[in-house]
Design a protein around this ligand. Structure first.
Ligand SMILES: *[C@@H]1O[C@H](CO)[C@@H](O)[C@H](O)[C@H]1NC(C)=O
Ligand SMILES: *[C@@H]1O[C@H](CO)[C@@H](O)[C@H](O)[C@H]1NC(C)=O
Length: 149
C-alpha cells in the first residue's frame, strides 16, 4: 500500500509540471562563445571588421562556428549566418572593435542573446601592420544569456 500511494503522489506532481504554461523561459543555459576574436581592416575604404567565434548552444547540444565581415555601410540588423544556418549573428554596434554589441539568435525561434564585448578580457592591440591594423581576442569563454522575444 505504501508503494502505491507514493506512486500516486509522484504522478500528481508530474501532472502539475506538465500543466505549467508553455512559453515560460525556464533554465535556459547561456550560449558559450569561445575563440572569440576580431580584426579591423581599414587599409582601404570602406573599412570592415571581421568577427569570428565558436558557438556552443548547450540547450540544443549544437556546436557551430560563426564568421562575419561587417563593413561601415551595413545595417546593424544585418544577419550573418553561422556554419549551422539555424544560428545567426548581427551587430547592433560594431564601429569600434574594442566595444562590440552582438546579437546571436536561432532562426525561427524566439531565442536571442544580446551581449557587449569590451573590458579587461577583450584584449586588443594595434598590429603595426596595415592588414589588419588592429586585433582583439577574448580571454576565455564569453557567456551570452538567452532571452525569449
Ligand atoms: C543564410 O542561410 C539561409 C538558410 O540556409 C539562406 O537562405 C540565406 O541565403 C543565407 N544568407 C546568407 C547571407 O548567406
Ligand atoms: C536580435 O535578434 C532577434 C532575432 O532575430 C531580433 O528579434 C532582435 O530585434 C535583435 N535585436 C537587436 C538589438 O539586434
Amino acid at each position: 500500500m505504501k508503494t502505491s500511494s507514493t506512486a500516486i503522489t509522484f504522478l500528481a506532481i508530474a501532472g502539475t509540471t506538465i500543466a505549467a504554461p508553455a512559453n515560460v523561459e525556464r533554465d535556459l543555459k547561456p550560449f558559450q562563445l569561445t575563440e572569440l576574436n576580431a580584426g579591423l581592416y581599414d587599409q582601404a575604404l570602406p573599412a570592415y571588421r571581421i568577427v569570428n567565434f565558436k558557438l556552443n548552444d548547450p540547450n540544443n547540444n549544437i556546436d557551430t562556428s560563426c564568421s562575419s565581415a561587417w563593413s561601415g555601410g551595413m545595417s546593424g540588423a544585418y544577419k550573418f549566418n553561422c556554419s549551422n544556418t539555424d544560428y545567426q549573428v548581427n551587430f547592433p554596434s560594431l564601429t569600434d572593435i574594442e566595444d562590440i554589441k552582438l546579437n546571436v539568435s536561432i532562426v525561427n525561434s524566439k531565442a536571442f542573446a544580446l551581449g557587449e564585448i569590451n573590458g579587461d578580457k577583450w584584449k586588443c592591440h594595434n598590429t603595426g601592420a596595415e592588414y589588419p591594423s588592429k586585433l582583439c581576442k577574448y580571454d576565455g569563454t564569453y557567456e551570452l544569456p538567452i532571452v525569449l522575444a
